[in-house]
Each structure stands twice: as structure tokens, then as C-alpha cells.
Design a protein around this ligand. Structure first.
Ligand code: MF3
Ligand code: CO
Ligand code: CO
Length: 258
């Protein structure tokens, strides 16, 4: 398996685009309001990416996908299509995923929003949304780690907190293209293709946690993936570069404390 390694010159550009993707998620935060439709959220993001950041969206035109974001609510695990019919409601949990390109370099990141959740729902969602699952995996990213170990960390963490991971979806290599080798599995599923993380590699980690059951359903719009049990699902995603000292999280947000 050929995994691309990036030079210092590339890494500088990956850091620039990572910051712009992170800023997109920060920008949209204040717009998330009850009653807003998910395609309105998408339009604000698209305008910001194209006009303010002077970037392009990697998802528009990707395998015929037509939007600048994926917006996945509640039981939707990922690839939720922004819609003029879907209004944001109290207690919704919302994942917004953006991938942007600047000068040929890519960054992919997603974030969960709790929409005015009442306290008990907040506690439940807060646990489900355990961003620590991603942080825990990221904290082991260095040259000596194997991809199987990252997968095992994610799966064990989710299990310990009473959730399952979606095995059918995974992180990926990224950099000068959207989806590159390797697959970054959210469980230890490598048999022959396991390798060590190496200096210069750029990958995403993007575990999807679900509350009940492990099964997912593909809707016939060709994109949306939901939990079969209809229970809630949550996902967080960052783009990372492995370097000598450990890791650079290119999509880290300004207010994010690790
Ligand atoms: N951003 C997703 C990922 O993390 C991929 C979305 S593809 C799309 O890999 F076409 F649905 F946008
Ligand atoms: Co993504
Ligand atoms: Co991704």
C-alpha cells in the first residue's frame, strides 16, 4: 500500500487550509438556531468558504454530491444532505462536516452542535457525543503507532462508554486529494494491511458512535446513512499530520482545548 508523505512545504499549506476549515465550523456556530433549515446552514457555509476564504468545497461535485457540507441530525450517522425541509429543532444533535481546498490542499473536519438541549438530554447527548473518543485516539498518534492500534483505541473507548462504533465508515488519507490511502478504521480490523504511522503522513480520524446496536441503513437518496435502531449517532473529525514530535492537528479550532 502506497501512503503519501508530505514535505515541510506541503505541511505549511496543509496547516493553512486546516485552519480555514476549522474557522468555517467556528463561523457557523452562532447561526445555528431553532427553525433554521439545514440547507440555509449549508448556504451560509458555502458562501463563507467561497467568498470569504476564497477556497473551494471538496464535496461539491464529489461523486455527484451537490453541497458544501454534510449535515447529519440525530439518527443520521453521516452524509446527511442539507434540506429545505429539515428545520433545526430543540434537542437536535447536529454534525456539520466540511472539506475545503486551498491551492490544491485539502482539510476535512466535523463538529457536533447541541441545539438548546434540556439538561437531561444534554447529559445523555454529552455522553454520546464523547469527543474524548477522538481526543484519546489523537493522543496516541505518533511514529511508533500502528493504524490497528488507533482503531482498537477508538473501539475500546466507545465500548467502555456503552456505545458502538460504525465499522462500515472510517477515516482516510488526505492531503493533495480528498480520500487517499490508508483507510483509518474505527476498530482493529487490519489483517494484512496494517502499517505504522510515519512522519509526513496526513490522515483523518473520524469515529462515529451510536447509542444502540451496530447496524446502519443506507437511504435511497444514495448518501444518507442512519442507525438501524433509530437511536442517536455522533461524529467528530479532525485532519492530522504525523511529524517528528507527534502530531499536528491541522483543523484544530481556536477555542478547542485538548
Ligand atoms: N467529509 C466526509 C468525510 O469525512 C465525506 C463526505 S463526501 C460527501 O470523509 F460527498 F458526502 F460530501
Ligand atoms: Co468529513
Ligand atoms: Co473524512
Amino acid at each position: 500500500m502506497k501512503i503519501k508523505k508530505y514535505t515541510l512545504k506541503d505541511i505549511k499549506k496543509l496547516i493553512i487550509v486546516g485552519k480555514l476549515a476549522a474557522n468555517t465550523l467556528l463561523m457557523i456556530y452562532e447561526y445555528i438556531k431553532i427553525g433554521l433549515k439545514t440547507d440555509e446552514v449549508n448556504s451560509i457555509c458555502q458562501k463563507y468558504i467561497e467568498t470569504k476564504l476564497k477556497c473551494s468545497s471538496a464535496t461539491i461535485g464529489y461523486k455527484c454530491y451537490q453541497h458544501a457540507t454534510c449535515i447529519s441530525k440525530n439518527k443520521i450517522c453521516c452524509h446527511g444532505i442539507p434540506s429545505y425541509k429539515k428545520k433545526i429543532k430543540t434537542n437536535d444533535i447536529l454534525n456539520i462536516d466540511v472539506t475545503i481546498i486551498k491551492n490544491g490542499y485539502y482539510a476535512d473536519t466535523s463538529y457536533m452542535y447541541f441545539v438548546e438541549c434540556n439538561y437531561s438530554i444534554f447529559l445523555y447527548n454529552n455522553k454520546l457525543n464523547n469527543i474524548s473518543c477522538l481526543y484519546n485516539a489523537m493522543s496516541f498518534v505518533c511514529e511508533c503507532t500502528k493504524f490497528s492500534e488507533i482503531g482498537a483505541l477508538i473501539q475500546n473507548f466507545a465500548k467502555y462508554h456503552g456505545f458502538s462504533v460504525v465499522k462500515e465508515l472510517c477515516g482516510h488519507g488526505i492531503g493533495t486529494a480528498f480520500h487517499l490511502q490508508p483507510l483509518v478504521l474505527n476498530y482493529n480490523g487490519y489483517k494484512t494491511k496494517d502499517v505504522h504511522l510515519k512522519k509526513g503522513m496526513c490522515v483523518t480520524i473520524e469515529p462515529i458512535l451510536i447509542q444502540r446496536g451496530t447496524k446502519i441503513k443506507n437511504l435511497n437518496d444514495g448518501w444518507t446513512i442512519t442507525t438501524k435502531s433509530k437511536s442517536h449517532s455522533a461524529q467528530w473529525e479532525h485532519t492530522l499530520i504525523i511529524n517528528k514530535k507527534g502530531v499536528i492537528i491541522t483543523t484544530i479550532r481556536k477555542n478547542e482545548k485538548l
